[in-house]
Ligand binder design. Structure first.
Ligand code: OXD
Ligand code: MN
Length: 592
């Protein structure tokens, strides 16, 4: 399929190491994919679902100990420790290889190795990048077919170039204690072993499009961010684009696909999805920042997705979708998850494959679907997919949003005073943890730019890269905002309705960007005047509710500053002086 010498030489080396029985190149043809699906049904790796209700959809269960990204076992390996540590797990490159090579040696004996070329970003875009993943998993091939532009088209995009990411994945023996997800950014290489969970094994996604790409962006002057991209079209047909970073499982997919509330829909506003997870951003010829979505599908969290919370996502999953670790409705051979509807299937298999009475199971407080169960769905299925989705130049970014899940501290929305203050705000992001990563749920952790688990190099250098991008963008830089949809009252109930109504907050941002609305200057940034958040048609939200949502408790903020300082101290001397100054200025404003 290719005469690229760099590809062929690397492949020879890997075949010698892995010793597969068979090597199969994935060309991306329908015929080949169909045969692989059939094979996966035979081995039980996948189960076909109801062809009438869910055409082309399949169900997969991972191993029970392999249901989320494993941050504790994810490494950035560089020659020098300070280039990746201390936020990342680090090991010296050759030391890590010496550890992993014996595990890879012969691990594909008796198996087929799939050679899977893929392109991140639209084919033909100057900003797209190619990777090749070697894997012994059909599940991976089928997921990558949805999530990337896969096969011959990717090799054509690569041509003779050596600029491709070398990805190696083996399920090996699926040993938890020997599970490693390793990035070697200096060598454009990813090694993943002993896992079958999406975020650990679909190497185009977190490993490449964030960890490796963030490093490439540092070297080449662009940005790879954990951000959704959406467009808001006004009644005149003019579209403004917003990118937004939230920690995993904080509703990026829901925001990216939001349905405008009636007050806006009536006027003719529309929302378009460009991406729900990752944005690659370059400075365009006109000096503005442009974003492409490197992915070609959505790897979304299933639980909580329903007709009300995200009808677009639900619709997107109705055909040609892979469901992982959701519950199986045995009555009609479909799927179910918590929050889909109020009717758990009686005749069900819960996510590990055990037959249960779903109603009784749920009533007894058990989960039918795993909280991090997923759908892998093609972007083309999405009813609100932007017509710019495949635009090789991307879309111009007007506003950038940071956000987290904070019960009390952060107000509904505020705008930063400047780009550098916005970089501070991003660096200070924090959130209460969710089920997307293994570990305790509900603990506050600092998650700068939602990139804590995804930055492929030193976090201080990463902050500095943001500051330098701002210098290049000058007055063409997007405006930076911070939101919090998750404020709770004293009983722990969410105060803001969220979902589609979040558009009310985005509309305020766009007005700010166009200079159409004033704001209140506060120590933490510009806050809306409460009456400038349009609450028309909201039943449970009054002007007083909005006032409450916009209130800022200075003591909580000063406490939060201590958390930021701790993070900066942990990162150490590479934290830019500018951010230390932003922190000092914020403290001074809060103490006045
Ligand atoms: C994801 C994540 O899967 O952030 O997108 O964990
Ligand atoms: Mn994500």
């Amino acid at each position: 399929m290719t005469t690229n010498k760099h590809v062929l030489t690397w492949l020879d080396e890997m075949v010698a190491l892995l010793k597969p029985d068979k090597v199969v190149w994935i060309d991306g043809s329908e015929e080949q994919l169909k045969a692989l699906r059939e094979e996966s049904f035979k081995t039980g790796e996948m189960q076909p679902l109801n062809e009438e209700l869910l055409p082309g959809c399949v169900l997969h269960h991972t191993a029970v100990n392999d249901v989320a990204r494993v941050e504790g076992r994810t490494y950035i390996c560089t020659k020098k420790k300070e280039d990746a540590a201390p936020i990342n797990n680090w090991m010296e490159t050759s030391e890590m290889k010496a550890k992993l090579i014996p595990m890879y040696d012969g691990c594909m004996k008796g198996r087929t190795m799939y050679v899977l070329p893929y392109c991140m970003g639209p084919i033909g875009s100057p900003f797209s990048k190619v990777g090749i993943e070697l894997t012994d998993s059909i599940y991976v091939v089928m997921n990558m077919d949805i999530m990337t532009r896969m096969g011959q088209q990717a090799l054509d995009q690569l041509g003779d170039s050596n600029d491709f990411v070398r990805g190696l994945h083996s399920k090996a023996k699926m040993e938890e204690e020997n599970r490693y997800i390793v990035q070697f950014p200096e060598e454009n290489t990813i090694w993943s072993i002993n896992s079958g969970y999406g975020g650990n094994v679909l190497l185009g996604k977190k490993c490449f499009a964030l960890r490796i790409a963030s490093y490439q962006g540092l070297k080449e002057g662009w940005m790879a961010e954990h951000m959704l991209i959406l467009g808001i079209e006004d009644p005149n047909g003019h579209v403004e684009y917003i990118t937004a970073a939230f920690p995993s499982a904080c509703g990026k997919t829901n925001l990216a696909m939001l349905i405008p509330p009636e007050v806006y829909a009536k006027q003719g506003y529309k929302v378009w999805t460009v991406g729900d997870d990752i944005a690659w951003m370059h400075i365009g010829e006109d000096g503005r920042l442009y974003a492409i979505n490197p992915e070609n599908g959505f790897f979304g969290v299933a639980p909580g997705t329903n007709e009300k919370s995200n009808p677009n996502a639900l619709h997107t999953t109705m055909k040609n979708t892979i469901f992982t670790n959701v519950a199986h409705n045995l009555d009609n051979n479909t799927v179910w998850w918590e929050g889909l509807d109020k009717n758990p299937p009686e005749n069900a298999e819960e996510w590990t494959g055990k037959k249960v009475n779903g109603k009784e199971w749920v009533a007894a407080g058990n989960k039918l679907a795993h909280p991090n169960s997923r759908f892998t769905a093609p972007a083309v299925n999405c009813p609100c997919l932007s017509k710019e989705f495949n635009n090789p130049n991307g879309v111009p970014v007007t506003a950038m949003v940071f956000g987290g899940r904070r019960a009390k501290t952060a107000p509904l929305v505020f705008q930063s005073f400047s780009w550098n203050h916005g970089v501070y705000v991003g660096s200070a992001m924090a959130s209460e943890t969710t089920a997307a990563a293994a570990g305790a749920v509900g603990v506050v952790r600092r998650d700068p730019m939602a990139m804590r688990p995804f930055t492929g190099y030193n976090m201080g250098d990463y902050f500095n890269h943001w500051i330098e991008m701002g210098e290049k963008l000058g007055d063409k830089a997007p405006k930076i905002f911070h939101v919090n949809w998750f404020r709770t009252d004293d009983e722990g109930h969410f105060i803001w309705p969220g979902f589609g109504d979040n558009m009310r907050v985005l509309m305020w941002m766009l007005k700010r960007c166009k200079g159409e609305v004033d704001a209140v200057e506060t120590p933490i940034g510009y806050l809306p005047k409460p009456e400038d958040i349009d609450i028309t048609g909201l039943e449970d939200v009054t002007l007083d509710t909005v006032k409450g949502l916009l209130s800022v408790d200075k003591d909580l903020w000063l406490e939060d500053c201590n958390g930021v300082e701790e993070l900066y101290d942990q990162i150490g001397e590479r934290v830019p002086a500018e951010l230390r100054k932003q922190l000092a200025d914020l403290r001074a404003r809060l103490s006045k």
